[in-house]
Write a protein that binds this ligand. Structure first.
Ligand code: UTP
Length: 400
């Protein structure tokens, strides 16, 4: 089938005049690489990943962690000193809700001095590496949208004191975006509007780029999001606990503050550990309580996971569910004007790291203190915002 027929078959006839124009080589090449099966999923935006039967999961709670802290910490520190842990920073997202235009890690959350998010994260990592006496490889996933700016920013800031030889970058893949009618959108330059394909592809992208090859002793990956400015990275207590329990995966969780809190919930799905999104659990189920009065679906995942390398290698071939996410997508309209929409205008296609938990088979929910470890920066104001994160940083003694 030639390209024109493919476009017709997939409802993209609006692009035919464009590929017939002179100088359409880039667009033609991009269209030839489109995964039409994924793009066709826009028709079922509500038919997410077909959730199974969910049930509450038991986890490691703070009192138990406190009781065994020394033992877990010693085990985790030994693993770090043996070079068995790498940290993976997910920094490929576009942070559209924050809307700063630059990669989120470059955001300055300071008030009287610059306090960059990347700087905060590396400072937290350095606290551990100083204490343990060994560096942890830091693998940074970027996307086409964030790669250049992230690399030069970190270079200009001397990697915030972290040794460059322990840092590797790799770039994740992109996916095309469509409007609410499933039509592929165009970017400013007349090529396809492409966006990072979600944080679920981190392992495949890391392997493809060979970013892990220089650290062959690594047996564990601590994968974390860029936007939690209280994120504790390479936490030896977490690592020690997950290793001691013989789990292939662990997730840092906070106890949900209220049933409707918008965090993914770690629970059992058809008997296996799984993180389900807040919109995939019914309000009634989210509000269920046990005999002690605690929420049954208590554990909110904070995007800080441990995965054992052998588990990752085993699940690498799994086809991850594709989430169809409504976003504001800048696009070139039919008149050739580049529009930055005020409201959501289309879908992006993303795979999510939380779906890897289900494939892993075992996962230890590891409770952390919300006020000490969870300050996400998603929005400018309101919930999970620059304002709330600043207040939490100050509570933790960080001078802003
Ligand atoms: P979010 O789900 O908050 O998405 O990412 P986002 O794109 O950064 O922000 P919004 O939704 O547009 O406002 C959670 C984490 O996953 C990373 C982000 O950088 C963040 O650390 N991420 C997200 C990627 O690395 N790649 C992606 O394609 C998406």
């Amino acid at each position: 089938m030639n390209l024109k027929e493919t476009l017709l078959k997939n409802g993209q006839e609006h692009l035919i005049p464009l590929i017939e124009r002179e100088g359409s080589g880039k667009l033609r090449a991009q269209l030839s690489a489109v995964d039409w099966k994924t793009v066709g999923l826009w028709k079922h935006p509500d038919d997410l990943s077909g959730k199974g039967r969910i049930a509450p999961i038991g986890g490691l709670r703070l009192p138990e962690i406190e009781r065994r802290r020394k033992e877990y910490e010693a085990l985790g520190a030994d693993l770090i000193r043996a070079g068995k842990l790498a940290a993976v920073l997910l920094a490929g997202g576009q942070g559209t809700r924050l809307g700063s235009g630059a990669p989120k890690g470059m955001y300055d959350i300071g008030l009287t001095r610059p306090v960059y998010i990347f700087g905060r994260l590396i400072e937290n990592l350095r606290e551990v590496t100083d204490r343990v006496g060994a560096f942890v490889p830091l693998l940074v996933m970027t996307s086409e949208k964030t790669d250049g700016a992230t690399r030069s920013f970190l270079r200009e800031h001397g990697y915030f004191g972290y040794p460059e030889r322990y840092i590797r970058f790799f770039v994740q893949e992109t996916a095309p975006c469509v409007d609410f009618g499933g039509k592929l959108l165009l970017d400013e330059d007349g090529g396809l509007a492409l966006s990072p394909n979600g944080n679920g592809g981190w392992y495949a992208s890391m392997k493809r780029a060979g970013a892990d090859r220089d650290f062959p002793s690594v047996e564990w990956y601590n994968v974390f999001g860029v936007d939690n400015v209280l994120q504790r990275i390479a936490d030896p207590v977490f690592l020690g606990a997950v290793a001691e329990k013989g789990c292939g995966c662990g997730a840092k969780v906070v106890c949900k503050s209220r049933p409707e809190e918008r965090v993914g919930v770690l629970c059992l799905e058809d008997g296996k550990p799984s993180v389900i999104e807040y919109y995939e659990i019914s309000p009634e189920q989210a509000a269920e309580r046990d005999e002690k009065g605690e929420l049954k679906y208590l554990y909110g995942a904070i995007l800080n996971y441990l995965f054992r390398a052998d588990i990752l290698a085993r699940i690498a071939g799994e086809r991850m569910p594709v989430h169809i996410v409504k976003k504001k997508i800048p696009y070139l309209n039919a008149e050739g004007v580049f529009v930055k929409p005020e409201r959501e205008n289309g879908y992006k296609f993303e795979t999510l790291i939380l779906d890897m938990v289900r494939f892993a088979g075992s996962c230890l929910p590891f409770e952390v203190e919300r006020e000490r470890e969870f300050a996400p920066v998603k929005n400018q104001t309101g919930v999970d915002s620059v304002e709330t994160a600043r207040a939490l940083l100050q509570k933790n003694g960080v001078v802003l």
